[in-house]
Every structure is written in C-alpha cells, then in structure tokens.
Design a binder for this molecule. Sequence first.
Ligand SMILES: [Zn+2]
Ligand SMILES: [Zn+2]
Length: 256
Amino acid sequence: MRTPEANAIIDAGFSGKIITRLLEQRGLSVSDIHATFITHEHNDHCSGLKGLSKSKHIAFFANKKTAEAINVKLDRDVGWTFFENECQFYFRDLEITAFSLPHDAADPVGYVFSLKNCREPAQGKICIMTDLGYVPQGLTQYTSDVDCLVIEANHDLQLLEFDPKRPGYIKDRIRGRYGHLSNEAALSFVSKNYSPRWKKIIFVHLSSDCNKPEIIRKMLQKYNFPDNLTFEVADSPVTESYQCQNSTPMAAPTGA
Ligand SMILES: [Zn+2]
Ligand SMILES: [Zn+2]
C-alpha cells in the first residue's frame, strides 16, 4: 500500500528473498517499507517476519494475541506496535481500523485503510478481508463505504470436495465457520451487499489446488454488476496493484 507518506505491506507470508523480489518488481526495496500490518499468525501470512524483522526501521502492527502467537513460533519478539480491534489508529498519513474475522487463529483481523484527515468520501479507501469462514452480518459497516474491497475467494466447492490431496478433516476445517470463504460465499456476499461506492473488487487467497481464476471469472458473468465496478482475480501470489487516487495496496497472500 502506497500513500504520499507511507509504504506498507499487509502480512509477510513469503520468505525475505521473495518479499525483496516482489518489492523490486514494484521499484521498491525493503528499506522503503515503513510498516507491516499482520492479519493473523498462520504461516502463509507471517513466515517472512523472521527475515523482515531484521529491518529495524519497519513498524510491525498486530493485536496482542496475534503477536503472542507469532512470538512463540519465532522464539522472539519482533518489536510490535499493538492495536485494539475495532478501534481506529494511525500510522503516518494512514487511518486504520482492524476488525475481527471468524477464522481458526488467535485473534484474526481484516483491515480498513484510508488517508488520515481526508474529508469523506476519501478516495482510495480500501477494506481487506481474507481468511474467514463466513462473513458476519456486522461486517458491512467496514465494507460498504470503501472504494476497493479485497476479499477472499479461497476455493471452488466441487474442486475441494474431490481434492485427493486433502483429508476429510482438513476439508471440513476449510469449509467450516472458522475456515475459508468459498467462491460462492464471496460472490454471494459481494452481490447481496453491493455498495454504489465500490469501484473495484479484488478476489484473493485462491487455493492453488482447489480454485482457478477462470472459475471465478465465469461465475461473475452470472451477476449483473454495474459497468463502473471492475473485478480482479489474483492469479499470482501477490494481488495486482490497485491504482486509485491516493493509495495503492500491494500485497495480499494466496494459500489454502
Ligand atoms: Zn489463516
Ligand atoms: Zn491464509
């Protein structure tokens, strides 16, 4: 995510080497990153923290439970900056709110980012929510007044059902209330809770075995969304850059 005053990444699910390469592709280096906002402690979201935390100039944001769960894995503290869920906080010119998500982690969150001191409707407001078993009703307060919604579309129900690699209990976990959103659930949420403010929807966190971008693109054709709403499906490990007036989200992980 890039604003006039801040370069930030959401999660750090890749090795330091890959993070460095991905930043280079965007004309940046680790030294340009000011902050990392962590959603939860699962490896596909924080396995690069060990390397990244050697860069002492980066601020690492998480809530306490997530930080504690990561500290146990890393066997050390990365020097966290804590926030409270559902309470607004600030970093440079960013205004941030983290909100709880139903997922099998210590205290998983999604984020809303906007520019500080921007009169509504601010341009470039973004909501990011991955790793959730279902979308709780109250979450529309975070999704409805944003320009860009980044939402998990993890798996195709059929591909998951017949996936030979995953045992039944893993499938149950993925499909469960604290697992991951299916394509159907993600599209159903977007359709039922459509907001005229939305300009872009980005589907992320696709399972490499149990999903394909073309399945989501085909499903989208069944809906009658307005022409001024654009869709992206992240078919690479990192969400394609989203250009809008003031900010550019950069990274969201894939996984299962
Ligand atoms: Zn997770
Ligand atoms: Zn994940």
